[in-house]
Design a binder for this molecule. Structure first.
Ligand SMILES: *Cc1c(COP(=O)(O)O)cnc(C)c1O
Length: 449
């Protein structure tokens, strides 16, 4: 079989996510035959460096021997079982482990099977908690500008990606959207911390004015990944935690993209030394192997649902594949690797290496900013460096970088005009160098004419 034969079959029956399928008239879809470490191989024998961790999920490489072995063992024991009325060893162990490694106070774990569903669960739990307490007026959610929380209707409603918002507006619940702490917009000379602190005043105003009707604030800690990898200082999270306590509002932290080491610490919340009321996890949770998500919450929340059946206070949410045994086992193996291989500590040298490789991009005449938080590095391409005037989206400059990088065997998948590196943690310095070189050349070509 060749790329050509598979892509023809694919394009006659499949519909791919987040894709204008017509683009594939000119850019072939790439059938992947196998993966090994950070590398993927197609059916024509071309290799691709997975610089974006297969949409931010892969942590320890494709075909990781340790995770593979754990899954093979699980497969011969139990693949799946109904998770209401029944339980199993891998789910129990994974929940215990998650309670142990997440911030203090989070000691209950509810499983779902993808990130958006975890967000739905957290929103419903927050609302339902207040309802069980008789506070039925607390129905509103507060979200930040430029945020992203997934694509099911509830998750989409609390997100703020303009195109999605505009398109699906009539289907979405109303939310309160607050201008965010995105440090791209700080004044020259202003520190991330100062800007983030200054911007918090806008959040405080909203909470003060609407606390009575607000159920929760939902936030992506430190990096708004889908929102073009925009970043801010941990001080914003500390201030938000304190304000949520003050105004009696829940804090939902969406660590779906940033959890599991992406920001340099196991969880982004650690950098602000806070613990949320709900923490949503997915993506890296299974090392990029299987769909699984978890919502961690507190004893206090859990207790508000715990009562005699006749009171009808139980939480109402289920998915057929809740707590899937294979997925839970992959999660356990992933957490083992973190522990056994001292991953967070070892990533420090990769983080430093990424920072050094990115230095030269600051000098590029079409780069407005190079920013980094841990294992996420982003390069903002602009039309005019001085005024920061962006390229118009119709020009698809980022897409040009994508195409060039593919031709050189590197998968970069820019967000608009932002090129980013978000590699698996097993990447080598030589491979990082290759990514940086291809990104540089790709940008150079994309900004011509
Ligand atoms: C990817 C993502 C989601 C949605 O997860 P899916 O598994 O794609 O539904 C939610 N929030 C954030 C911050 C994400 O990056």
């Amino acid at each position: 079989m060749t790329n050509q034969s598979f892509s023809a079959r694919d394009l006659s029956v499949l519909w791919h996510p987040c894709t204008q399928m017509k683009d594939h008239e000119t850019l072939p879809i790439i059938p992947i035959k196998k993966g090994q470490g950070v590398w993927l191989e197609d059916f024509d024998g071309n290799h691709y460096l997975d610089a974006i961790s297969s949409w931010w999920v892969n942590l320890f490489g494709h075909a990781n021997p340790y995770i593979n072995a754990a899954l093979k063992d699980q497969l011969d024991t139990l693949e799946h079982v109904i998770f209401a009325g029944f339980t199993h060893e891998s789910a129990i162990k994974l929940a215990e482990k998650l309670v142990e490694v997440t911030p203090g106070g989070l000691n209950r774990c509810f499983f779902a099977d993808n990130g958006s569903s975890a967000v739905e669960v957290a929103l419903k739990m927050s609302f339902h908690y207040w309802r069980n307490l008789g506070q039925t007026q607390k129905t509103k959610f507060v979200t930040l500008e430029n945020s992203y929380h997934g694509e099911t209707l509830g998750a989409l409603a609390v997100g703020n990606v303009q195109l999605y918002k505009d398109t699906y507006a009539p289907l979405l619940m109303e939310v309160i959207t607050v201008p965010g702490p995105d440090c791209y917009y700080r004044e020259t000379g202003e520190s991330w911390a100062d800007y983030s602190t200054r911007r918090f005043a806008l959040m405080e105003q909203v909470l003060q004015a609407n606390a009575e009707s607000i159920s929760a604030v939902i936030i992506e800690p430190l990096v708004q990944c889908a929102g073009n990898m925009r970043m801010y200082d941990p001080v914003y999270l500390s201030l938000l935690r304190a304000a949520c306590d003050k105004y009696n509002v829940h804090l939902i932290v969406d660590e779906i993209a940033v959890g599991f080491g992406r920001t340099g610490t196991l969880f982004a919340c650690e950098q602000a030394d806070i613990s949320p009321d709900f923490m949503c996890l997915s993506k890296g949770l299974t090392g990029g192997y299987l769909p699984l998500s978890a919502v961690l919450t507190t004893h206090q929340i859990y207790q508000a649902f715990y009562d005699d059946y006749q009171k009808l206070t139980a939480f109402l949410h289920s998915h057929s594949y809740t707590g899937n045994a294979l997925a839970c086992r992959a999660g356990l193996a992933t957490l083992d690797i973190f522990q056994n291989n001292n991953v967070i500590e070892n990533n420090k040298s990769l983080i430093k290496e990424m920072a050094e490789l990115a230095q030269r991009f600051n000098e590029h005449t079409h780069v407005a900013e190079v920013r980094q938080t841990g294992m996420i590095l982003a390069i903002e391409m602009v039309k005019n460096k001085r005024t920061r005037e962006p390229y118009s989206w119709q020009e698809r400059r980022g897409y040009k970088v994508y195409q060039y990088a593919l031709s050189k065997g590197v998968i970069l998948r820019p967000l608009g005009n932002v090129i980013y590196f978000m590699p698996p943690y097993i990447i080598t310095k030589e491979e990082l160098l290759l990514i940086a070189q291809v990104a540089w050349d790709g940008i150079d070509r994309a900004v011509r004419d």
